[in-house]
Design a protein around this ligand. Structure first.
Ligand code: PHB
Ligand code: FE
Length: 323
């Protein structure tokens, strides 16, 4: 159920949470167990960028913190929505609220908020310097940009029968930050009879033409090993809380990471990653990256559906290596 407010936006409700937008802000409100009315405010740009990721990634692995107050936890059949439950201070004060929803219910509500609150000219997937303002009274929409569909490649991109096109084949322009990335394709010399089995393409060239930021949009899948090279500029719009170990390989330029305790947000580490550096994020942390210039990052995920339960039961470690 939703109604249109004086700023032209619809108000939404999900369980005991209310969502309201005005010209600058998203306002989330809830009532504590003791009956105290609470509210939280986010800039509309930050809220919509986080919401875009949560919807597009199907609630991702574990925690998607929109900021230090609100966010979601993926339980893979259902999703928790919370305010303050993973903020040490708010939790201790008892002013938090967490409610669980069937995935489809929260997904459709979030998709409706995203669509109604995104104005014409604002692309929540684009870097701030490459899109318009999200602010003001409701004007138009940007449904095409917020419903980009994943294209599934059946084989290595470029092999016969594969349906996906390389970014250069689709005519996507090279991003201004990657003007120096060579665009030549590799030479291929397969043995006779193997022309349809062997292939290669220029991954850096492919990524240099990516239109989006902070989105593992191009992925190779081998069993449960997901290699997700991405292009990153400005701030990761969510603070990701891991439910498993995740690896980062900084392929170009640099990203600065703030890492904190997954449950409370207490700061744990700053990780400055430069081209060629690798790091692993343990399953007990949350992290948010800052990329001063558009950079290329490879995120490596273990997509095993049983891993999170193995970690909970002590059968798998929370860290990648024990020294
Ligand atoms: C992460 O949460 O680890 C993450 C998400 C999206 C990216 C990069 C890293 O583009
Ligand atoms: Fe992460």
């Amino acid at each position: 159920m939703s109604t249109t407010n004086q700023h032209g936006y619809q108000d939404f409700k999900l369980g005991s949470f209310s969502f309201r937008r005005d010209e600058y802000f998203a306002h989330i409100s809830w009532t504590t167990k003791a009956g105290k009315p609470m509210s939280h405010t986010m800039d509309a740009a930050n809220f919509l960028r986080a919401l875009m990721r949560d919807v597009a990634w199907g609630f991702f692995y574990g925690w998607v913190n929109f900021d230090n107050v609100i966010g979601t936890v993926n339980h893979y059949q259902s999703v928790d929505l919370y305010a303050g439950s993973y903020n040490g201070t708010m939790k201790e004060a008892g002013i938090d609220l967490l409610e669980n929803f069937p995935t489809e219910e929260i997904r459709s509500t979030f998709a409706a908020i995203l669509d109604d609150w995104t104005n014409e000219g604002f692309d929540p997937f684009a870097a701030p310097l490459e899109t318009g303002s999200p602010h003001g009274r409701k004007h138009g929409n940007n449904t095409a940009r917020i419903t980009r569909a994943r294209e599934l490649a059946k084989r290595c991109v470029g092999l016969k029968d594969d349906l996906a096109l390389r970014t250069d084949e689709r005519g996507a322009p090279v991003n201004r930050a990657f003007a120096d990335v060579p665009q030549e394709q590799p030479e291929l010399h397969p043995e006779p009879g193997f022309e349809n089995e062997v292939h290669a393409f220029n991954l850096f060239g492919f990524l240099s033409r990516s239109q989006v930021t902070w989105n593992p949009s191009f992925t190779s899948v081998v069993k449960h090993s997901y290699m997700c090279p991405t292009t990153e500029e400005h701030i990761l719009p969510i603070i990701h809380g891991n439910d498993r170990v995740e690896w980062f390989f900084q392929m170009t330029d640099e990203i600065h990471w703030d890492c904190g305790d997954k449950n409370t947000g207490k700061p744990l580490a700053r990780v400055i990653m430069k081209a060629g550096d690798m790091a692993a994020m343990p399953a007990y942390c949350r992290h948010q990256g800052y990329s001063p210039k558009r950079s290329m990052l490879l995120v490596w995920e273990n997509g095993s559906p049983s891993l999170v339960y193995e970690i909970q039961n002590g059968l798998s470690p929370e860290v990648p290596v024990q020294f």
